[in-house]
Ligand binder design. Sequence first.
Ligand code: FDP
Length: 339
Amino acid sequence: MVTKFKTIYRHIIEEERKIPEATGQLSDLLQDIALSCKIISLEVNRAGLVDILGLTGDVNVQGEEVKKLDEYANEILTHSMKVGGHTCAFCSEEEESFIPVEPVYAHNVLENKYICHFDPLDGSSNIDANISIGTIFSIYRRVSSKGPGIIDDCLQPGYKQVAAGYVVYGSSTIMVYTAGKGVHGFTLDPSVGEFILSYENMKIPERAKIYSINEGNYSKWSDGMQKYVDYVKENDKQDGRPYSSRYVGSLVADFHRNLLYGGIFAYPADNKNKNGKLRLMYEANPLSYIVEQAGGKASDGKTRILEIVPEALHQRTPLFIGSSYDVTMIEKFLNEYDK
Ligand code: FDP
């Protein structure tokens, strides 16, 4: 049970103090991201008013252009990366290519030793319906030695992440992150503007109660995938089946619920999309790092997500992520029926 108030800032600093050689750069970068997400959260909460206050593309009463929320979120995070002094490059799901960053503190090349990937507003097709959406981020150490980052810095396998997290803009705004020492969740208290520790050392139940998948795609799936979904719907009380079906269609929201209650999220390949829909660098890797830190598992059906060697920034991958028992079970079905 959490008994005392702890802000995300204090938590990050306390974690950093446990590592004697830490320079504080990662803590600063995480704090920059937390601040950016608070700003995005404010705007997300006003989203329903856009039609009243002015349509996107209009000029509002302050003379500012009303931006689409995903563009706005992208601009906030982009600004934070450019001026923060901790990244040598960053990659946004909204941008075609990576963005190299000139060192802000030219006297000290160590200042910009990180790379950040982010999906500024995931699940954006849900915005207009006032359904939860999220931001996802992932941080790597640079492999180049100095100056602005290069593509090799940005294309590292997921197991090299040093931190990852997401923010759900839901009934409350919650930020969940890991820096390799457990997964911790913080709820935004809007009255004081602070993320307060609300879930310490989160662990995903080993076995799912919930399956989350867009079942409208059933006829396009492989035999193995169809058979797995038939299996979770079978009536076997002793084995805990049928599972409940929950699918928001907003990855961060589906993932967060499954992390808390135990669940399996699947976005498989189908006969139209051989690599599924989700992006390895912006969605699959960060959530896979988090789920493993929480005791769960993530796979593309054959390979551990974190071991996939990326070839392109926007590469897609099938994704099976959540309670470990269930990810292993899907792998077995795919292996057995999809020769
Ligand atoms: P969206 O298209 O609304 O941006 O990767 C994006 C994503 O949402 C995920 O957040 C979500 O899990 C998935 O796509 C939903 O895809 P389907 O509409 O095909 O189910």
